[in-house]
Ligand binder design. Structure first.
Ligand code: NAP
Length: 257
């Protein structure tokens, strides 16, 4: 008997050009997914990710799109379907931190709007669009990359925390709605991960991790730690779970005495 050839699966990774998204896109490529690498501004980095995916024998396609802009989101979906025919996995990874870590008593409405638009409204309506496609095909998975900030109050990043808490609820809403179509929705909650985003606060977190017992596992998280969690879901190791939260945080979420 010949083993049945498994059909190619297609993934969109938003913010796939750098950091966590880059690790996810490359890991999915290695697992045999065709990957759409979305980015906003880093064209050169996106090209590098594409080349790395292609080296592993999978196909990659780059789509520049600002996920906070509706026309860009539509183009991202349309181009993916035109290029690869379908979407099996959406990873809502793209996200930004506030430009200034301002006290919640001082932080601006402009910063709030920027974070909500990119970190929450963009993924919300991108997911709505992709979910309709997945409902028609009666299959698919959606993974939202939130943060420990979804439940950890930080007085100098209120807008970021609110956007991530919203993304956590969004996971539940779509998980509840999409189960009847065989589409499962998951949240991955990374802790402190070493990327460009945390570059400006490296010293602060070095001190917290190595001197102040921030986490039981005393090291920086790496983008690949998050990519592995994505792979476990993408490879269907959680078929009886949806709306589930996966902490990838070195044990940060545990209450300890
Ligand atoms: P990063 O290194 O700053 O990379 C951010 C990625 O998002 C880049 O690929 C960037 O594209 C893309 N992006 C930003 N704005 C975009 C937009 N409007 N439209 C499309 N793409 C956009 O950040 P990271 O640390 O990898 O973070 C990735 C995700 O994990 C974010 O959602 C972040 O909130 C979350 N997270 C990070 C940490 C951490 O400690 N690093 C912890 C918890 C959660 P360009 O390259 O084109 O700018």
């Amino acid at each position: 008997m010949f083993e049945q050839m498994k059909a190619k699966q297609v993934a969109i990774v938003t913010g796939g050009s750098r950091g966590i998204g880059r690790a996810i896109a490359v890991a999915l490529g290695r697992e045999g997914f065709d990957v759409v690498v979305n980015y906003a501004r880093s064209a050169q980095s996106a090209e590098e990710v594409k080349a790395e995916i292609e080296k592993s024998g999978s196909r990659a396609h780059i789509v520049q799109a600002d996920i906070s802009v509706r026309q860009d989101r539509d183009r991202l979906v349309d181009e993916t379907i035109k290029t690869f025919g379908q979407i099996d996995l959406l990873v809502n990874n793209a996200g930004v931190a506030p430009d200034v870590r301002a006290d919640v008593l001082e932080a601006t409405e402009e910063s709030f709007d920027r974070l909500i638009n990119i970190n929450l409204k963009g993924p919300y309506f991108l997911t709505q669009r992709v979910a309709r496609h997945m409902a028609e095909r009666r299959q698919g998975k959606i993974i939202n990359i939130t943060s420990i900030s979804a439940y950890t109050a930080h007085t100098h990043r209120g807008d970021y925390g609110v956007s991530k808490a919203g993304l956590a609820m969004m996971t539940q809403v779509f998980a509840a709605r999409m189960a009847e179509f065989g589409v499962h929705v998951y949240e991955i909650r990374p802790g402190v991960i070493q990327t460009d985003m945390t570059g400006p606060v490296k010293e602060k977190y070095d001190d917290l991790i190595f001197n102040k017992d921030l986490t039981p596992i005393k090291r920086w998280g790496q983008p690949d730690d998050v990519a592995r969690a994505v792979l476990a879901i993408a490879k269907d190791y959680f078929p009886f779970s949806t709306g589930e939260v996966f902490n990838v945080d070195g044990g940060f979420a545990m209450r300890r005495l």
